[in-house]
Structure formats: C-alpha cells, structure tokens
Design a protein around this ligand. Sequence first.
Ligand SMILES: Cc1ncc(C[n+]2csc(CCOP(=O)(O)OP(=O)(O)O)c2C)c(N)n1
Length: 303
Amino acid sequence: MAIMGLPEEEYFSYGHRACAGCGAATALRLITKAAGRNSILVESTGCIEVVSTPYPETAWKLPWIHGAFENAASIASGIEAALKYSGENTKVIAIGGDGATYDIGFGHLSGAFERGHDFTYICYDNEAYMNTGIQRSGSTPYGAYTTTSPSGKKSIGKEEWKKDLVHILAAHGSPYVANASIGYATDAFKKLKTAIETEGPTFVNLFATCPTGWRSATEKSIEIAKLAVDTGVCPLYEIIDGKHKLGRPKDIDKLKPLEEYLKLQGRYRHLFRPEKNKETIEFMENRVRKNLENLLKYEECGL
Ligand SMILES: Cc1ncc(C[n+]2csc(CCOP(=O)(O)OP(=O)(O)O)c2C)c(N)n1
C-alpha cells in the first residue's frame, strides 16, 4: 500500500520475509524512500538483514552491504572516506536494530560521530534483540517482558529505564539528531530526509513496532506506534545544532493515558494483574511526564 504524500517509488521491495505487521519493514520503506537512488546503505546483522537477503534473493533496490552485528558505523565511515577522496556526493546511510545500535555497535557509532564522518545512522528501534529471540537491550523500556527480563513473582520485567541514545549522540556534537515513529510516517520521512541531507554525522531513532516480540496484534502495529507518541512514551523531536525542536505531543495535560498503549501489548500484560501494578504504571507515567517536561524546558530555553 502506498504511504500517502510520500514518493511512490519503493526501494525496499515486497516479497521479503518479515513477519506480518513488522514495524521495521515499514521503517525500511521510509528510510529507503528518504535515501533515494544516490545512496549506499550499510546494514548490521539483525531481523531486517535476515529477512531481506535469503540467498539468492534480495529485497534491496539500492546498493546495500551487510557487515557484522557491531560495525555498520565503521563500514559507513570507510565508504564515506573513499567517496570523499573520489569527489562523489553519494549519501552514506548505516542502519541497525537497537541491539546493534544502543549496545553492541555503540563504540563504533560513537567513534564515527567523534571523527565527524558525513553519514546518517538510523536505528529501527523495536526495543529488544528480536532476531535471536527477544532478549533485552539498552533500549528495552522499563516494565517490559523479554526472555532475559522475565516478569514473575519478584520481577516486573525490565527494571532499568531505556537508554537516552538521542541525547548521547547529540552530546557528540552532531548537527542533527531526531526521534521519530513509524506511526507518524510523514513526520518520520521529513526527519530522515533532513538527517540524510545535513552534512556531518546525523542520527534518527525510528520507533518500530514488533508484533512478535511485543506480543501485539499484527494489524495494530501502526495504532501502537501512534499511541506511543500520543501517550508521551515516544515524543517526536529534533535537536538541530544543539537546539531542541518538539513536535507531538505538545501538551502534557492532554496526553492519552499510558494504559491505552500498554494494554495492547503482551509484553506488559503482567502490569495489569491487580496485585502488582497500579503503582508501576503510575511510576512509568510520571517518568514519561518528567521526560516531556524536560524536553519542553530545553526548547523554551533555546537549548
Ligand atoms: C558480536 C555478535 N554478538 C551477537 C550476535 C548474535 N546476534 C545476531 S542478530 C542479534 C540480534 C539483533 O538485535 P537488534 O540489533 O536489536 O535487531 P533486531 O533483530 O531486533 O532487528 C544477535 C544477538 C552476533 N551476530 N554478533
């Protein structure tokens, strides 16, 4: 199905083997539309690499290279250096899941940003290591069940908060970093395009539903990705040359209740057992509000 208002050309072809309702596959459609023909893509090991290239087939209609799990940013650095030397203006884009980006490839990513390579790194953020069986990552949110952060009598699921990678990369001096969601595709497309067109190391975190890992209904992927934004869990914002610019949600007092987002996902099912979990949900809601208050404050103060 076409995505309204966006270029019709598809560079991530149908026929790939992603699960029904895979948010990362939608993310890849947006990323490749924003990249266009004059680009080279580098991909970490992960679900998208696996489902898009079962030998001898490929879903990629753009030049694409698969590295190891951790080193997409390093490969992109090398390609960018070679292109610069030969005077080409081809765009270089590295793509990884959150395991590759937040955790195991983080050193490579940080190094490439510190060296100032002219490339864009995009994380399709499905909040766990999905390809290997739903293990927790630095991006998995507080309270979520994964196979390595199980919920039980003594556990509420993951007990740590999600790593704030967007700000960590902004602190590297990046001219453009952004947080986006596949639920708001036009906004995500604009952010991806801005990141790709901005000179220097740029980053987009693209929130992407995973029905298999989140135990959610396949047809609810976009609804969940929208609710993440409207409850404040995944605020849409950019940091341009160090200054915050906020999109949705603007009004903290009009946030949708967090429960609406949580109850659509089996990874939070345990939070709805009466003996637990009103407190946990309230705690999460307060953290979400605090985070939004901070973002609004940064914007107001021109930071
Ligand atoms: C150094 C290294 N560690 C672990 C693995 C095994 N491995 C391959 S893919 C993967 C999970 C990828 O998770 P993520 O980056 O979040 O992407 P997703 O599968 O969710 O798309 C793991 C752990 C590996 N290939 N290399």
